[in-house]
Ligand binder design. Sequence first.
Ligand code: IMP
Ligand code: MG
Length: 181
Amino acid sequence: MKKHTLAEFISEEELRAKVVELGKSINEAYAGKELLIVGVLKGSFIFMADLVRELHEPKVETAFMTVSSYRGASTKSSGSVQLVCDIDRPLKDTHVLIVEDIIDSGYTINYLSDVIKVREPDSVGVCALLDKPSRRIKDFQADFIGFEIPDKFVVGYGLDYDGKYRNLKNISIVKFDGVEE
Ligand code: IMP
Ligand code: MG
């Protein structure tokens, strides 16, 4: 872990307001439908917990998948995504909404949506709290996006640096020796 400091980037209040807004959009989009929310662990666990409590209309079920795409303390994707833990139910005749913390290179979300599509669900949508479009290597457009952010490495509200800082209530930029990465 390189020497670093943190600087607040998105406050707890801004996160709260955005989650309410995303919840409204999802309620409208899936009105009257049964929905399976698939959280991508570990990064999405706090976002997902807040988001599902804003979903009033549809009959909502939840499931989780665990993937890993990072190596050690690197802040860049290794490009190879591994499915560490799968969903424990079939997806046929189900509307699936994947909930991700952040879309960066796009490797993870492309991999996951492919894995889910071959199981023939009724639909596959993606809701990402954060999106870094400038870093995209594999093209992907999410259906619901919280914040579009610049090319900075961020932590908190579920996101980590080398396993740390997931518990922060806000989202902060990691500055390495005073420089943002
Ligand atoms: P991608 O495969 O490069 O799109 O990366 C997606 C995954 O990388 C996310 O689900 C996060 O777990 C992680 N990630 C990407 N950018 C950041 C960041 O700025 N902070 C923390 N984790 C990140
Ligand atoms: Mg993740």
